[in-house]
Design a protein around this ligand. Structure first.
Ligand SMILES: Nc1ncnc2c1ncn2[C@@H]1O[C@H](COP(=O)(O)OP(=O)(O)OP(=O)(O)O)[C@@H](O)[C@H]1O
Ligand SMILES: [Mg+2]
Length: 305
């Protein structure tokens, strides 16, 4: 397991930012999603050993989170908020972070050049960070997380503040990292398309608690999945007939979205034949992560937030 926690909790006064989290997260590319204030950043900072839990325990890559140094050695952390020193140059900062992570001077400088090359910071690396655009700063934040070549990356809202081109560049870099063998990624975001484009597994948080977790594909085609049916001809008539037979459905564009139940497929063909309508398509409707997310949040206790 990449991450295992048991009863992990962190309270700030009355606020239970992380509330009794017991998770088992497999290796790979993991999305951590949840609305603002769900506890994503707090959870990540607990994993990094940067916050001391109020209760519970956890392990990251087999190391106990109470041993912050051992954990952080194995993690490249790209924090949500600015962590850059404006007076330093890009190359100076990234090399410094390499030194802090235990690399010798020459190795740190060599790696700093390599990772800045990878993220696409060219000659600007010799200028002060104070003069960088937001996109450039975000790339340097990524580079400093990569300098010691860790097996696990934690990216907290890595596309925040980026314009569409900056965002797609950042996503491409993160995809390349996630696709590298031996590299694991935990990506925290409330931008679900970002998560879908990078992650295989997802953990959904709300009110400091896990409300769902699992393989994204499996979650999206779960038991509540609907069947999508495209009908040419008397679509309304087919819909009415199915409703009369007790099926739950909605009409969406050229098709129907019908809640699955035994006998559904036979009923659809019968209803269509009776009205000389033609079934153009029938297949599992894959919900988007966004739809699943909104459904889960509607179910989870609103007082939790
Ligand atoms: N240092 C702190 N002191 C007091 N309260 C805090 C502190 N850090 C976080 N909180 C509170 O804990 C809750 C969870 O915050 P957290 O930043 O972990 O959420 P998040 O899921 O990362 O949200 P966002 O999407 O806005 O980044 C919020 O109610 C927040 O106000
Ligand atoms: Mg956050």
């Amino acid at each position: 397991m990449l991450v295992e926690t048991s009863g992990l909790a962190k309270a700030f006064g009355e606020i239970r930012a992380v509330d009794d989290m017991s998770v088992a997260i497999p290796e790979g590319a993991i999305g951590l999603v949840g609305p603002n204030g769900a506890g994503k950043t707090t959870f990540l900072r607990l994993l990094l050993g940067l916050l001391r839990p109020t209760a519970g325990s956890g392990k990251v890559l087999g190391k106990d989170i109470s041993d912050g140094l051992a954990v952080r050695e194995r993690i490249g952390y790209m924090p949500e908020h600015d962590c850059l020193v404006p007076e330093m140059t890009g190359i100076g900062l990234v090399a410094h972070m390499g030194r802090v992570s235990g690399l010798d001077k020459d190795t740190a400088m060599g790696r700093a050049h390599d990772v800045l090359q990878f993220v696409g910071v060219e000659q600007e690396r010799y200028r002060k960070i104070a003069e960088y655009s937001t996109g450039m700063k975000q790339k340097v934040k990524l580079a400093q997380a990569m300098v010691h070549d860790p097996p696990l990356f934690i990216f907290d809202e890595p596309t925040t503040g980026l314009d569409p081109r900056g965002r797609s560049e950042m996503l491409r870099l993160l995809q390349m990292i996630a696709a590298t063998p031996g590299r694991n990624v935990i990506l925290s975001s409330h931008l679900l398309p970002d998560v879908e484009s990078i992650c295989r597994h997802v953990v959904i948080l709300d009110g400091g608690r896990q409300v769902a977790a699992g393989d994204i594909r499996a979650l999206l085609s779960g038991s509540e999945a609907r069947l999508r049916v495209d009908v040419r001809g008397d679509r309304e008539g087919v819909a009415r007939a199915l409703r009369e037979m007790g099926f739950e459905l909605e009409v969406a564009g050229s098709g129907l979205r019908v809640v699955r139940r035994d006998g559904l497929e036979a009923a659809i063909f019968r209803a269509a034949r009776d009205r000389s309508a033609e079934i153009r398509y029938m297949g599992a409707e894959i919900r988007s992560l966004e739809e699943l997310f909104l459904e889960l949040l509607a179910k989870s206790a609103p007082g939790g937030r």
